[in-house]
Ligand binder design. Structure first.
Ligand code: DHB
Length: 390
């Protein structure tokens, strides 16, 4: 009697295990993608969604036999919404990975949820240095502002720019850009005449630009998030800043490929530093840009699109390594240390910091085939985020 019970129990356990495995094979692997599809950061959402869908179209929706499902949610870049959506995705949809994060406050709002639920979070857009330190479950495929700002602070003093005013959006990435650009520029013997901060929401640049005109530095250094660059450029031109002999230098967020074609002549000659240009001259990038434009009514991909595209690759490659099983810790471990050729150039996900190591390019806005592009003229290779405290 006792023996039979044991055998029955064993058979039952085996059945359950087999059933469990079959279930794991059948249940789709879910990617909870939270993006600003509406509101001030909507271009970021549009670019990343298009890139994620392009990745799936090119690489299929099955990885190691497991069906992949994208669950897209719009947080309108309101961090309370991001947090609520992430909670729902984890608890109700049981997503295997969280991804997206259009702005820093969204990434920060979701970090504790990633930690508590042991869900990997792939940050595809937000770029404040400290984000990867907010949770050990975060992996980043975008960039950091310290990473891209320092190269410009080395370039400027060698190119007749001895004094600057900095103008940044008043939140995480802007404060990072201001600090890392200024410190390096001062170290190189430059002078920072003033540091101006504009609100993230509905900024009016006019009074700040007036102040810059009065101070008359050799150059104005700007960081504003993707989508806000065209307004800065327009007002810079309207106030005759360039005619007053003040040069504009910026992180590549300002001469964003999503908006650059419509910025007009005022953008010509603007020097920026960044990790991605749609004009990056590699075969991999040409292929990416062509496919992206073909699938999206000729929309030009920007650096956000590349962060999304590479984020999908990192997820797919890791899922492959686990033989389609995924699993919080195994999935996270599979993301660390990946090395591959991105449309931006060679990249590496540092296993220690979970942040991206990549080339930073100096670029100048030029007209190419009748359209404005950020044309790369110099490169710093394999740049790690200099903002890490550890
Ligand atoms: C962030 C957002 C952006 O649109 C950008 O270009 C850089 C940084 C951010 O909020 O982290």
């Amino acid at each position: 009697m006792h023996k039979r019970t044991l055998i029955q129990a064993a058979a039952c356990a085996a059945l359950l295990a087999a059933g469990g495995a079959a279930f794991a094979q059948q249940a789709p692997f879910k990617i909870g993608l939270i993006l600003p599809m509406t509101g001030q950061q909507a271009t970021t959402g549009r670019q990343i969604e298009a890139a994620a869908r392009l990745w799936i179209a090119q690489n299929g929706d099955t990885v190691a036999g497991r069906k992949v499902e994208l669950v897209l949610k719009d947080d309108a870049s309101v961090p309370d919404q991001t947090r609520r959506l992430a909670q729902e995705l984890v608890v109700n949809d049981k997503v295997d990975v969280l991804a997206g994060m259009g702005i820093t406050p969204s990434a920060m709002a979701v970090a504790p949820i990633a930690t508590q639920s042991r869900t990997p979070l792939v940050v595809m857009a937000a770029a404040t240095s400290s984000i990867t330190e907010a949770s050990p479950w975060i992996v980043r495929t975008s960039f950091t502002l310290p990473q891209v700002s320092v190269a410009l602070a080395d370039w400027a003093p060698k190119n007749n720019i001895k004094s600057v005013v900095t103008l940044v959006s008043d939140y995480g990435p802007g404060i990072d850009a201001e600090r890392f650009f200024s410190e390096r520029f001062l170290f190189n013997g430059g002078k920072v005449a003033d540091k101006l901060r504009v609100p993230l929401r509905s900024p009016d640049f006019a009074p700040f630009l007036q102040k810059v005109r009065d101070l008359k530095p050799d150059a104005l250094f700007v960081f504003v998030p993707s989508g806000a660059g065209a307004a800065v450029m327009k007002q810079f031109g309207e106030r005759g800043m360039d005619k007053a002999g003040i040069r504009l230098i910026a992180t590549g967020d300002v001469t964003d490929d999503d908006q650059l074609a419509d910025m007009g002549d005022v953008a010509l000659g603007v020097v920026t530093s960044h990790h991605y240009s749609a004009a990056h001259p590699s075969a991999a990038n040409k292929k990416f840009v062509e496919a992206f434009q073909k699938a999206n009514k000729n929309l030009r991909p920007n650096f956000m699109a590349v962060g999304g595209y590479d984020g999908m690759r990192v997820i797919y490659e890791s899922l492959k390594k686990t033989g389609g099983k995924g699993g919080g810790q195994a999935l996270l471990d599979g993301m660390k240390g990946q090395i591959f050729e991105s449309p931006r150039g060679p990249v590496f996900i540092d296993a220690q910091t979970r942040d991206i190591v990549q080339n930073v390019y100096l670029r100048k806005v030029e007209r190419k085939d009748g359209q404005l592009y950020n044309v790369e003229f110099d490169v710093l290779k394999d740049v790690k985020d200099p903002g890490k405290t550890k």
